[in-house]
Write a protein that binds this ligand. Structure first.
Ligand SMILES: Nc1ncnc2c1ncn2[C@@H]1O[C@H](COP(=O)(O)OP(=O)(O)OP(=O)(O)O)[C@@H](O)[C@H]1O
Length: 259
């Protein structure tokens, strides 16, 4: 089977600092990849390359066989992106915002209205569809962002910490959405720090540390060598020396000695 995404020797620096140090990854159609790693490991940088936001990288990235650098616009149309905490145009209402996004993807107005109405309804936001989003809570805005990333029914869905600010019920809905998208054959690239969710939804987990992939396999495979929960796998492969004393050190810095 041909990979839908192929990343070869991806390197990216910000000034002198190299943050991606030769990432190699082939993602196959219909996979849910859980892309995890410590803060600053390079997850969002990988995502920004993948969705065509960053072009000054070394290496080769192809999506459905097309070179990301050469066919950026065509590839952008195949990908849906759900960012964490994006700046949403919050002077707009959800319907205005979704109509704007839908038109960028050249969707018909009636399709946009139909889809947006039903998707907002599924998230319990139908009553807020014509309300300006500067009055929205963080979680309400996040639901609109998820809707806007999926509105054009993309082949590949890239999510960067999509559950940020969502309540427990909405988390359940998003997890179900991910498995239904997988059933439809969509490919999902999912970055998150919520290990329990990654463990449940991903059929392949890729762990990145300091710009390099340090583990790649199913949860069952990772468990066999590195620990019985994903948290333990994560800690074993990325834990720095003195990591277990970090909380003590933090509290002692306040002058509290009884912790
Ligand atoms: N625009 C930028 N300019 C300079 N350095 C950057 C820039 N964006 C990211 N970095 C640096 O690149 C490294 C990787 O950042 P990145 O956002 O990819 O990490 P991450 O794995 O997504 O982290 P987190 O889990 O905290 O979101 C970090 O050291 C960060 O400081």
């Amino acid at each position: 089977m041909q990979p839908i995404i192929s990343i070869r020797d991806l390197r990216k620096s910000y000034g002198e600092k190299q943050v991606l140090k030769g990432i190699n990854l082939e993602v196959y159609p219909g996979q849910i990849i859980g892309y995890i790693g410590p803060n600053g490991a390079g997850k969002s940088t990988t995502v920004k390359v993948l969705i065509g936001l960053l072009s000054d990288f070394e290496g080769e990235v192809t999506v459905l066989g097309q070179d990301l650098r050469k066919d950026t616009l065509a590839i952008k149309g195949l990908i849906g992106y759900v960012p964490e905490n994006a700046e949403i145009y919050d002077v707009l209402t959800p319907m205005e915002y979704l109509s704007f996004v839908g038109k960028l993807y050249k969707l018909d107005e009636t399709v946009i209205t139909e889809r947006a109405t039903r998707m907002l309804d599924a998230f319990g936001l139908l009553g807020n569809r014509d309300q300006r989003m500067d009055t929205f809570s963080k979680g309400m805005k996040q639901k609109v962002l998820i809707t806007s990333g999926l509105l054009h029914n993309p082949q590949i869905v890239v999510l960067d910490e999509p559950l940020s600010g969502l309540d427990a019920n909405a988390v359940i809905i998003v997890k179900e959405i991910l498995s239904l998208l997988k059933k439809e054959g969509k490919t999902i690239f999912y970055c998150s720090h919520m290990m329990d969710v990654v463990e449940k939804v991903s059929d392949r987990i890729v762990l990145i540390n300091e710009g390099s992939i340090v583990a790649d396999g199913t949860f069952e495979q990772l468990k066999q060598s590195e620990g019985d929960t994903l948290e333990k796998v994560f800690a074993n492969l990325t834990g720095k020396e003195g990591f277990s004393g970090a909380a003590d050190a933090f509290i002692h810095a306040l002058g509290n000695q009884n912790s």
